[in-house]
Ligand binder design. Structure first.
Ligand SMILES: Cc1ncc(COP(=O)(O)O)c(C=O)c1O
Length: 417
C-alpha cells in the first residue's frame, strides 16, 4: 500500500476519533471509537428507544444479533446464517464447547495450549476436570500442551501430532494473545477431522486483521471478541460461529428464551430454534450491539486483504526498528519473525517491562499494554495505526532506557494497562 511508504495516515483513520498527541498501539485490546458509532448510537437512543419504545424490537432490534453476525461472518469466511452476536467470548466458548462435547461419542480428551488466554483455559478446564480420570461421569481430560517450547515454526504441526483417537475437541486461540503467533487453522482443522475430533477456535485476536475461510476450511465452531480490531466498544458482546450442518445436531447448554424457536409464544416447553439463533440465551444488550455495527462496516469497507497487507508492513517495520535500536538495550522479541506466522501485534520482553510500560504511557503518551510477567504488547490496527505511532514507540523505549526514566515508576504491578 503506497500510503505506508509515504508517511500518510491510512485512509480510514479520519473516520475514527483520534488524538494525535497519543501514539495508540492498543487496538488489539480496545479498538478506537468510529465517528459513525457516535451518530448511530445517538439515533438508536433518541429515535428507536426514545420515541419508538417497545416497537423498536420488531422494527429494529430482534434482527440485530443475526444481522451483525452475518457481517462478521463475511470477515471470517462463513456462510450466511452461521454467525451470531451474543454474550461474551468466554460464555460463547462454554456454550459451544459444552454442546460439541456432549456429542463426542465417548471421547475424553480436549487439547489446548497451556498458555492460551486464561478465560478459555478456565472454561475448558471446568468442562474437563483433569483430576477425574475415570470418565464414568462424562468428565474429560484436558491436555494442555506447551507448544511454545518447540518454537513457532513447528507449533501447528505439534498440535496436529497430538490429536489422537481419544481427542474430542481441539480448542485454541487462532492468534495467541501474548506472542501474536497465528496457528494454522486449516491444517489443524483437517488433522482433527481426520481423527474424528472437532475444533473450536477463538478468533479474538485475528478477526478484522487476518483473512479467514472458515467455510472452506470446514471449521466446526468459533468465537471471538468484537471490542478489539472490530472496534465495537468496551465490553461489546462477542460473536459465535457454528457450521450450519451442526445447528440441529448440538444443543445450547444454557437454555434461554431467545434461543427458543418462538420466544414470544411463552411456551413452557423449550423447543430450540432450528438455526444459529438457538445459541442466543437472554435479551440481547441492544445499545452495546448497536455500537458494534459501524466498526464492522468500516472493516468490511476497508477490505480484509488490504488490511492484512498493511498490518504486515507495520509489524515488520516495527520488528526491523526493534532489531536496529532496541535489541542492544535488553529487549527481546517474543513474537514470530516470520510475518506469515504472526497476527497483528508484536510483543517485546524486558526485565523491567512493567515500569517501561508505565513510563511509555505517562511520560511519552505512547500506549501499548503490559501482560505479566514481562511482556509489552504493541498492537497494529491497520485501519487506523500510523507509521508515526510505531516510530514514536521505538523512540520512547530507547529514551526510557537511556535516561533510565522508567525507574521513576514502582516495580509493583497494579491495575490495567
Ligand atoms: C483470546 C481471548 N479470548 C477471550 C477473551 C475474553 O473475552 P470476554 O471477556 O468477552 O469473555 C479475551 C479478552 O481479551 C481474549 O483476548
Amino acid at each position: 500500500m503506497s500510503e505506508l511508504k509515504t508517511a500518510a495516515p491510512p485512509p480510514f483513520r479520519s473516520l475514527f476519533i483520534t488524538d494525535d498527541t497519543k501514539a495508540y498501539l492498543d487496538g488489539n485490546s480496545l479498538g478506537r471509537l468510529p465517528r459513525r458509532t457516535v451518530a448511530y448510537l445517538q439515533q438508536v437512543i433518541a429515535e428507536q428507544w426514545g420515541k419508538n419504545l417497545i416497537s423498536g424490537w420488531n422494527a429494529h432490534w430482534l434482527s440485530m444479533p443475526a444481522r451483525i453476525g452475518n457481517k462478521i461472518g463475511q470477515l471470517i469466511g462463513a456462510n450466511p446464517g452461521e454467525t451470531i452476536v451474543s454474550d461474551s467470548t468466554s460464555v460463547n466458548l462454554f456454550k459451544l464447547a459444552r454442546a460439541l462435547l456432549k456429542k463426542s461419542g465417548g471421547r475424553v480428551k480436549i487439547i489446548s495450549d497451556r498458555s492460551n488466554f486464561p478465560s478459555d483455559l478456565y472454561v475448558l478446564g471446568d468442562l474437563g476436570g483433569s483430576d477425574r480420570r475415570e470418565h464414568t461421569d462424562g468428565a474429560m481430560d484436558v491436555e494442555l500442551l506447551d507448544f511454545e517450547m518447540c518454537g513457532f515454526e513447528s507449533m501447528s504441526q505439534r498440535v496436529c501430532d497430538a490429536i489422537d483417537d481419544e481427542t474430542a475437541l481441539v480448542s485454541l486461540s487462532h492468534v495467541h494473545y501474548k506472542s501474536g503467533f497465528a496457528y494454522d487453522i486449516e491444517s489443524i482443522t483437517r488433522a482433527a477431522h481426520q481423527r474424528g475430533a472437532r475444533v473450536l477456535w477463538d478468533l479474538s485476536h485475528s478477526v478484522g486483521v487476518l483473512p479467514m475461510q472458515l467455510g472452506a476450511w470446514n471449521v466446526d465452531a468459533a468465537v471471538g471478541c468484537t471490542y478489539k480490531y472490530l472496534n465495537g466498544g468496551p465490553g461489546a458482546p462477542a460473536f459465535l460461529y457454528l457450521r450450519s450442518d451442526l445447528h440441529s445436531a448440538v444443543d445450547n447448554p444454557i437454555r434461554g428464551w431467545f434461543g427458543a424457536m418462538n420466544p414470544f409464544s411463552f411456551s413452557v416447553d423449550y423447543i430450540p430454534s432450528p438455526d444459529i439463533q438457538r445459541f442466543l440465551v437472554g435479551t440481547p444488550p441492544i445499545l452495546s450491539l448497536a455500537a458494534i455495527e459501524p466498526g464492522v462496516d468500516l472493516v468490511l469497507e476497508a477490505g480484509i486483504e488490504h488490511l492484512r497487507e498493511r498490518s504486515i508492513q507495520l509489524s515488520s517495520e516495527f520488528i526491523a526498528l526493534f532489531t536496529e535500536r532496541l535489541l542492544a538495550l535488553g529487549f527481546t522479541i517474543q513474537s514470530p519473525l516470520d510475518a506469515t506466522l504472526r497476527g497483528s501485534h508484536v510483543s517485546l520482553g524486558h526485565p523491567n517491562a512493567w515500569q517501561i510500560t508505565k513510563d511509555l504511557i505517562q511520560r511519552f503518551s505512547v500506549i501499548p499494554d503490559f501482560r505479566a510477567p514481562g511482556t509489552i504488547r504493541f498492537g497494529f490496527a491497520p485501519i487506523y495505526t500510523t507509521r508515526d505511532e510505531l516510530h514514536r514507540a521505538i523512540e520512547a523505549m530507547e529514551l526510557s532506557i537511556q535516561s533510565q526514566s522508567y525507574l521513576n515508576f514502582s516495580a509493583d504491578i497494579q491495575g490495567v494497562t
